[in-house]
Design a protein around this ligand. Structure first.
Ligand code: GLN
Length: 471
C-alpha cells in the first residue's frame, strides 16, 4: 500500500510506530499532487512550504516521545473558502483572486494546534454556489472515477482530492449539500454537522443560516476523528455550541425511517435500486426500518433557493471594490467602482443569485417571497421533528443521480438546483447528516445519506462506521 492510500487512523499508527515520518507522508502527497493533479485539478493553491515545515514540526513532536494527537502529521486539503492565515483564499472567484487570508479560521486553528499538515486550498464552485465545481472562475475539477464527469460541488476539489489520494482528508462547507453531494459523486464519506456544532469563524459566508464546515474522508471512522477535532463552542461564532459525544450506546437500538416522498420520479432507477439494496443490508444487520413522511418535500428547492439567495445577496454586498479584493477604482466615480468591480469580479451564477436574492428581499416582494420561504422552512423543519418522534435516522439517497457529465447541466441552472432535493432540507432544518458510499452505477459511485436529530453526530457516525465494517 502506498503512503497516500492510508486512512487517518492507519497513517497515525504508521507514524507513531515510526514506520515512516510525517515528512515521508507529506512528500508522498506532494509528489502525487505534482504528478496527478494536472489530470484532476483539485487544488487552486498548493502550500508546499507550509506543509513541509508543519511536517518537520510534527516529526519533532513524535520523536520527542510525547503523546501526540491522532491528527498530528496527517496531511489535509482545505476548501478555498476556509481561511488559512497568509495563504490565498480565492473562493474560486476573480473578486478574491489575490486575497491573502489575514487570520486562521477557528477550525484551522484547532487543526494546527493538533499538528496537522496543510497541503493546499481546493477548487470549488464560486462562493460555494453550485453542485458541479464548474462555477469555479478558474477551472473545473474532474471526477477521479472518470474525468469526463463532474466531482460534484461545491466542495468538489476537496472531495476529488480525497478520492484521488491527493490528500488524506479534507475540509469542505455545506450550505445545501456541498459536502455530501461531492462525497457521494466521488465515492467517499462527507459529514455535514448540526448547524452550530462547528464554528463558522473564518469561513467565507455564503448563506449564514445554512453554512456549516465539515470533513470529507475515506471512512466514517476518519470522519469521526476530524469532527471531534473541529467541533465545539467558539467565542468568535455566537451560533456555535458544545455537543455531547459519549458513544455509549448500542447502535442497533436505533430505528431508521425511510421518507415515502423521496422515492419518486426523477430519481435514477439505478440509484433507487442501490439505495434499496443498502436498506436491505441495514435491515439484515439488525436495524429496524419504518416508513415516515416528510410532506413538505416538494417545497424544498424553491424554499432553499429563496433563502440562500437572499442571504447571499446580503453577505456578498461587502465585495464592493473598497474593502476586499479586486478593485476597479481608476476612475473618479464611486458607483463606477462598484459596478465595474462587481461586474468583472463575479461570475454568472453569483450574479444570478445576488439578483434573485435582492429581488426576494425588496420592499413589496419581501412578504411574498422571503417571509413566505421562512414560514415554509419552519414547516420543513417540523416534518423532520415529527418523523424523529418515531425514528432516530432518516435514510435517503444523497443525490437523485450519480455524477453527471461535465457541461451537461451548466446551461440549465434549474436542473442543477434539483440535485439538492435530498440534501438541502437537512440544512433548512439545521440537522447533522452524512453521506457514505454504497455502490456504483456504470462505474460511478452512489452515496447514501443518514440524517439525525440535532447534535446526534455520534449516532450517525457510529451507524455509518458499523455499516462500513460489516459491508
Ligand atoms: N448546490 C447547492 C447550491 O448551489 C449547494 C451549495 C452548498 O452547499 N454550498 O446552493
Amino acid at each position: 500500500m502506498e503512503l497516500y492510500e492510508l486512512t487517518i487512523s492507519q497513517a497515525h499508527k504508521g507514524l507513531i510506530n515510526r514506520e515512516f515520518s510525517c515528512l515521508d507522508l507529506t512528500k508522498a502527497y506532494l509528489e502525487r499532487i505534482e504528478r496527478e493533479d494536472k489530470r484532476i485539478s483539485a487544488y487552486i493553491t498548493i502550500t508546499e512550504d507550509l506543509a513541509v515545515s508543519q511536517a518537520k514540526k510534527a516529526d519533532e513532536l513524535i520523536s520527542s516521545g510525547r503523546e501526540v494527537d491522532v491528527l498530528t502529521g496527517i496531511p489535509l486539503a482545505v476548501k478555498d473558502n476556509i481561511l488559512v492565515s497568509g495563504v490565498k483564499n480565492t473562493c474560486a472567484s476573480k473578486i478574491l483572486e489575490n486575497y491573502l487570508a489575514p487570520y486562521d479560521a477557528a477550525v484551522i486553528k484547532k487543526l494546527k494546534n493538533k499538528g496537522a499538515v496543510i497541503l493546499g486550498k481546493t477548487n470549488m464552485d464560486e462562493f460555494a454556489m453550485g453542485a458541479s465545481c464548474e462555477n469555479s472562475a478558474f477551472f473545473p475539477t474532474k471526477n477521479p472515477h472518470n474525468i469526463d464527469y463532474v466531482p460534484g460541488g461545491s466542495s468538489g476539489g476537496s472531495a476529488a482530492s480525497v478520492a484521488a489520494n491527493l490528500s488524506c482528508y479534507a475540509l469542505g462547507s455545506d450550505t445545501g449539500g456541498s459536502i455530501r453531494q461531492p462525497a457521494s459523486f466521488c465515492g467517499i464519506v462527507g459529514l455535514k454537522p448540526t448547524y452550530g456544532a462547528v464554528s463558522r469563524y473564518g469561513l467565507v459566508a455564503f448563506a449564514s443560516s445554512l453554512d456549516q464546515i465539515g470533513p470529507l474522508t475515506k471512512t466514517a471512522e476518519d470522519a469521526k476523528i476530524v469532527f471531534k477535532a473541529i467541533k465545539g463552542k467558539d467565542e468568535m461564532d455566537s451560533t456555535s455550541l458544545d455537543c455531547s459525544d459519549d458513544y455509549r450506546f448500542n447502535v442497533l437500538d436505533f430505528k431508521i425511517g425511510i421518507p415515502k416522498e423521496y422515492f419518486i420520479k426523477g430519481i435514477e432507477p439505478d440509484v433507487e435500486k442501490i439505495v434499496k439494496d443498502a436498506i436491505g443490508r441495514f435491515e439484515s444487520l439488525g436495524f429496524k426500518i419504518e416508513e415516515v413522511s416528510l410532506p413538505h418535500t416538494k417545497y424544498v428547492i424553491p424554499t432553499y433557493y429563496l433563502i440562500n439567495t437572499s442571504e447571499a445577496s446580503a453577505n456578498l454586498a461587502r465585495y464592493d471594490g473598497i474593502k476586499y479584493g479586486l478593485s476597479r477604482n481608476d476612475r473618479d466615480d464611486l458607483i463606477d467602482v462598484y459596478l465595474r468591480t462587481r461586474g468583472e469580479g463575479f461570475g454568472r451564477e453569483v450574479k444570478r443569485r445576488i439578483m434573485l436574492g435582492t429581488f426576494a428581499l425588496s420592499s413589496g416582494y419581501y412578504d411574498a417571497y422571503y417571509l413566505k420561504a421562512q414560514k415554509v422552512r419552519t414547516l420543513i423543519k417540523q416534518d423532520f421533528e415529527r418523523a424523529f418522534e418515531k425514528v432516530d435516522f432518516i435514510l435517503s439517497p444523497t443525490s437523485p443521480t450519480p455524477a453527471f457529465k461535465i457541461k451537461e447541466k451548466v446551461t440549465d441552472p434549474l436542473s442543477m438546483y434539483l440535485c439538492d432535493v435530498f440534501t438541502a432540507p437537512v440544512n433548512l432544518a439545521g440537522l447533522p447528516s452524512i453521506s457514505i458510499p454504497i455502490g456504483f452505477s456504470n462505474e460511478l459511485p452512489v452515496g447514501l445519506q443518514l440524517t439525525a436529530k440535532p447534535f446526534k453526530e455520534d449516532i450517525i457516525l457510529e451507524a455509518a462506521q458499523f455499516y462500513q465494517k460489516n459491508e
